[in-house]
Design a protein around this ligand. Structure first.
Ligand SMILES: NC(=O)c1ccc[n+]([C@@H]2O[C@H](COP(=O)([O-])OP(=O)(O)OC[C@H]3O[C@@H](n4cnc5c(N)ncnc54)[C@H](O)[C@@H]3O)[C@@H](O)[C@H]2O)c1
Ligand SMILES: [Zn+2]
Length: 360
């Protein structure tokens, strides 16, 4: 089995970086479609307009409806093809960016990724997570391409609600633990290939940056400020975690996240918050020493991440609820396959129940 490494063509991060969007888009064609929801458009619309004005460029804007569904992808693909666009730029959170990726896949045009929150590692990846109209996980579309550019304005991200930034820390925190597990178990990555040494090294650097800088960065973001620690953590969440998970491999943390998406009580929790619970559960499933679990719990608390089921809204789950989540988590096509031990829905349910007593 080959080792594969893949990544976006270019990554740019700076306070004020959005001012470069027009120039970057023009490198890929004269006709651009910008996809953003109305809240994000209110925040960045004028800056996007100025960035295109600065290079005598034009663009079209389409509103994203809020969910990455097949219907929404088809609707936006039609707009892209009617206007003959050469590049689609997704501006916003993970769902907007995943939707824009799938529009590019269907239209065969270039893709620009512009996260306005550092809430997940979706902006650098080649995946789109598609949901049904009921909001339930439907499928992961694996694309043949990565973003032509990822443009990250750290000022906009620092000014966004802190909860998104903290959630991104949860998503990125799992990357190293999952890559280590996938490596040690001889697992595979999202490309269906062996993990690379490079992916593993990037995942490890991601972890180091979070441990060294996350606490201070969260304090700075609460005050809407950009510090060097904020820059380090944004890079860890968006770039290193993205490269680390795609080229290093996923494991139980994301498998359990997928299971938790089936519990309606957890629907108010973000992707990164559910991944954090998945990560702690992964450590319990793998039989990590108490000190390792305690250390991670204390780090999570220091940045404001949830460490119990109740903290993500699951206050009094029945065993059947947790088994249902466990069955999704143990899907044979999912990342649980990268765990070295045989993990069953029963073991997932036990570990989720055990979590509350461990973290008290
Ligand atoms: N494709 C991948 O590799 C990958 C990886 C991780 C997660 N995901 C997917 O990403 C999605 C989760 O993404 P998410 O956590 O970003 O949530 P989201 O996309 O559902 O929501 C983000 C919210 O933040 C708001 N927002 C964006 N920028 C803002 C700003 N600057 N100020 C204020 N509000 C702002 C948006 O309007 C939106 O309501 C899930 O669908 C998950 O499956 C995909
Ligand atoms: Zn994730």
């Amino acid at each position: 089995m080959p080792r594969t490494f893949a990544s976006p063509a270019r990554y740019i991060q700076a306070a004020g970086a959005l001012g470069d969007l027009g120039r970057l888009s023009k490198q890929h064609g004269d006709s651009t479609l910008v996809v953003a929801d109305s809240d994000v458009w209110d925040i960045v619309g004028e800056q996007i307009q100025s960035s295109f004005d600065a290079v005598d460029g034009t663009f079209q804007h389409a509103f994203f409806s809020g969910e990455c569904t097949t219907e929404e992808i088809d609707r936006l693909t039609e707009i892209a093809s009617e206007s003959g666009v050469e590049i689609v730029v997704g501006v916003g959170g993970g769902k907007t960016i995943d939707t824009a990726k799938s529009v590019c896949a269907r239209s065969g045009v270039a893709f620009g990724s512009v996260p306005t929150v550092a809430s997940t590692d979706s902006p650098t990846s080649s995946l789109s997570i598609v949901y049904g109209n009921d909001g339930v996980w439907e499928t992961a579309e694996q694309h043949e391409f990565h973003p032509d550019f990822v443009l990250v304005d750290s000022r906009i991200i620092a000014q966004a609600p802190t909860r998104w930034f903290v959630s991104g820390i949860g998503d990125a925190l799992a990357t190293w633990y999952e890559a280590k597990t996938a490596w040690e178990s001889g697992g595979t990555t999202v490309f269906g290939d062996r993990p690379t040494y490079t992916g593993k090294a990037l995942a490890e650097t991601c972890h180091r940056l979070l441990r060294d800088h996350a606490e201070g960065a969260v304090r700075a973001v609460k005050a809407d400020t950009v510090t060097e620690s904020v820059e380090a953590v944004i890079e860890a969440i968006i770039l290193l975690s993205g490269l680390g998970f795609e080229n290093g491999g996923l494991a139980a943390a994301h498998a359990i996240h997928d299971g938790l998406t089936r519990l309606s009580a957890a629907s108010g929790a973000t992707h990164g918050e559910k991944v954090m619970i998945g990560l702690l559960t992964q450590l319990l499933l793998e039989g990590e020493p108490d000190d390792t679990v305690r250390d991670l719990v204390s780090f999570a608390r220091s940045v404001g991440l949830p460490v119990s089921l109740a903290a993500i809204g699951v206050t009094s789950p029945t065993r059947e609820d947790l088994l249902r989540a466990g069955r999704i988590a143990c899907n044979p096509d999912g990342p649980m396959e990268n765990e070295p031990l045989e993990i069953t829905p029963e073991r997932v349910a036990d570990a989720l129940l055990a979590l509350d007593s461990v973290v008290e």
